[in-house]
Design a protein around this ligand. Structure first.
Ligand code: IFG
Length: 488
């Protein structure tokens, strides 16, 4: 494949064939959809909004129109089964553009690719002739935002959703509770947010989402083809919980809110019945608020919980989550606690045993700390972030594969990938953008693009061409010396 085979497209599509002729967007350009196809109409309206903002063109959306010259047409006609829910065909040939898909996500992702085929900032608004066939390798392409160490208000989360959706990321995992803070209102235990929400790591931001705000975030994510995956971390990482309710503590005394960066020193009392009333109420309310099928219960670094207590607790947690009808997700320590078929295990530690999780009937999402923990410094000189797992330059975040990063796994065992941004040292949107971008683009490609033919040597040049697009979106990204960045 030649150097510019995929232009500046990230993630790299399955197949792209460049054709002659260009399609020029102008004052008469329309976006058309068949009558009664909601998925196409909603994505057409989204496309009209983003292209209108970029170009200043009117781009009216016409319903019930057949494809005609001068139109960008979205249709399910001719969209083969093999595309799945998220795949699409995009053809720009001279006088028309057609995006074919089977579901909203497919149309939405076809629109993201179309955006990347246009110049990032200024005209002429011309699309090169191209025929693209595209669909994802993995179903789970995620980013985790730790809003517990330091809070991120709704507008900032929406900005990140927009940016991440542009790279076909389809899961936003919100780490809503930890030792330093609690970030979601639970009506039956209001002091979690009212008191636990006041906490934060030293220098971090406090706050919490009301239930209306959380539902708004979930709806916003869904309109960007993204599922919200909420996490309440249990039984460890619970100082904010224990500080909010003395009765949850073994000795009935509440600790102070914690503002440090240590981990592993807190635990709920597995032998107290009130612990399970708390968990039932919290997970019950959270399940009601969450349209997606997943509830993440954490389970990591429960160093102050005995293995016997941990197993007892996890068993009860499995029952509680099952009652909500959701699928349990947990960090890889839950493997030793006893899994149930259908669980999703998030692999993060180098010593994790994903094969054991698969043997117990679970599927795994890969978040190896030495490749996908984007709170790790890029290099020794990076001011933000930590370095306990590794220094992770742009190439290190890209040059790995989710199936082979641990031995013995096969493609079908792996649900997908997820990058994690822990925020002990990341206290603003700009800081988050700096650590996420550009590394998250590489992880988005690992989640979406074919394994075959993927290489750092080719990707780094495509990323370099993509630089002006990040600049145009005003992303505060790290200009890695490993990338020959092109200028706008
Ligand atoms: N590990 C902890 C996180 C966070 C991280 C910082 C997990 C699952 C170190 N647990 O990663 O809470 O402190 O890099």
């Amino acid at each position: 494949m030649n150097e510019t085979a995929f232009g500046n497209l990230i993630p790299r599509p399955v197949r792209a064939e460049w054709l002659s002729g260009v399609f020029s967007l102008g004052p008469d350009t329309k976006i058309s959809v068949p009558a009664g196809l909601d998925a196409a109409r909603e994505s057409a309206q989204y496309l009209a909004c983003v292209l209108g903002a970029l170009t200043g063109l009117p781009l009216p959306v016409l319903e019930g129109a057949a494809p005609r010259p001068g139109c960008i047409h979205l249709t399910d006609q001719g969209a083969p089964e093999g595309l799945g829910d998220e795949g699409y065909l995009l053809e720009a040939a001279g006088d028309r553009v057609v995006i074919r898909a089977r579901q909203y996500a497919g149309f939405f992702y076809g629109c993201q690719t179309l955006r990347q085929l246009l110049p990032p900032r200024r005209g002429p608004w011309q699309l090169p002739g191209v025929a693209i066939e595209d669909y994802p390798r993995f179903a789970w392409r995620g980013a985790m935002l730790d809003v517990a160490r330091s809070f991120f208000p709704v507008p900032e989360v929406k900005r990140l959703i927009d940016l991440l959706a542009g790279y076909k990321i389809n899961r936003l995992h919100l780490h809503l509770s930890d030792d330093q803070g609690w970030r979601i209102m639970i009506n039956s235990w209001p002091k979690l947010a009212l008191y636990g929400g006041r906490g934060a790591v030293e220098g971090g931001r406090s706050g919490y989402y009301t239930q209306a705000e959380f539902k708004d975030l979930a709806a916003y994510a869904r309109s960007r083809a993204m599922l919200l995956v909420p996490e309440i971390d249990l039984p460890g990482h619970t100082t904010a919980v224990l500080a909010s309710y003395p009765e949850l503590n073994r000795d009935g005394t509440a600790p102070e809110l914690y503002r440090g960066m240590k981990v592993g020193f807190s635990t709920l009392a597995a032998e107290k019945e009130i612990t399970y009333r708390f968990a039932t109420d919290v997970l019950g309310e959270l399940a009601q608020l969450t349209p997606g099928p997943y509830l993440h219960v954490g389970g990591d670094e429960a160093h102050s919980t005995t293995l016997e207590e941990y197993k007892l607790f996890l068993g009860r947690l499995h029952d509680l989550v099952a009652q909500t009808g959701k699928t349990l997700v947990g960090w890889d320590e839950i493997i030793q606690g006893g899994l149930r078929p259908g669980d999703v295990v998030q692999i993060w530690r180098k010593e994790a045993q994903p094969l054991e999780a698969v043997r117990q009937g679970a599927r795994v999402i890969m978040s190896p700390c030495h490749h996908a923990y984007l709170d790790m410094k890029y290099a020794a000189g990076t001011k933000l972030g930590q370095d306990w797992a590794a220094l992770i330059e742009v190439a290190d975040a890209y040059a790995w594969d989710p199936v082979s990063v641990y031995p013995g796994l096969s493609e079908g065992d792996v649900l997908g990938v997820e990058a994690a941004l822990w925020t002990e040292t990341i206290h603003s949107l700009k800081a988050a953008e700096y650590m996420l971008f550009p590394r998250i683009l590489g992880i988005a490609e690992i989640g979406w693009s074919p394994r075959q033919g993927r290489s750092w040597a080719e990707y780094r040049r495509r990323l370099a061409r993509h630089g002006p697009r990040l600049q145009a979106a005003d992303v505060h990204f790290y200009r890695s010396p490993q990338v020959p960045w092109e200028e706008d």
